[in-house]
Design a protein around this ligand. Structure first.
Ligand SMILES: [Zn+2]
Length: 166
């Protein structure tokens, strides 16, 4: 069904309305992230693989692929590096405080205490911190000389901005 059928005087079907609002939300979110930060670090999730698991509904509904694509091209537009941390990086199992890996962590553990240092960690916050740390490490490792002669930060060229591993 094309949008032409949603002309003046015709109520927009709820499903199309939800899609339009979701697309608008994605664009506003990705634009804000790219324009409001010097770099964006994301986890390189295997969205296609996740879609085949019991997480399929939430993964597909969230349109992670769409958000990632928008981050990539908007990062290039605004010269904001978008760094994708590899999908095999153990972002959830590493303790942000001490770096120890908790191999016994399961998907249902939303909060956990590190067996090594005792730090109590929220799963999602710990993942976000680890992704940020690893992404910035990757960025620094690839572009150590990202300051000009006056010591001011230099935005990376478009090719470097898309430092997304294949
Ligand atoms: Zn720890």
């Amino acid at each position: 069904m094309g949008l032409g059928r949603c002309g003046l005087g015709t109520p927009t079907p709820p499903r199309i309305l939800v899609t339009l609002k979701w697309n608008d939300f994605c664009h506003k979110l990705t634009t804000r992230l790219i324009k409001g930060h010097d770099a964006v670090c994301i986890e390189d999730l295997n969205v296609t693989g996740l879609a085949r698991t019991k997480l399929a509904t939430s993964i597909l509904d969230a349109s992670l692929g769409t958000i990632r694509r928008q981050l990539a091209y908007k990062g290039a537009w605004y010269r904001t590096p978008v760094v994708a941390v590899g999908r095999f990086y153990p972002s959830s199992k590493l303790c942000f405080a001490c770096g120890d890996k908790n191999a016994a962590l399961t998907l249902s553990d939303r909060a956990w205490a590190c067996p090594s240092c005792g730090c109590v960690l929220d799963r999602d916050l710990n993942v976000a911190r680890n992704i940020k740390r690893e992404g910035l490490r990757m960025l620094a490792a690839g572009h150590a000389d990202s300051r000009n002669a006056c010591g001011q930060p230099v935005r990376l060229p478009m090719e470097a901005a898309l430092a997304i591993p294949a």
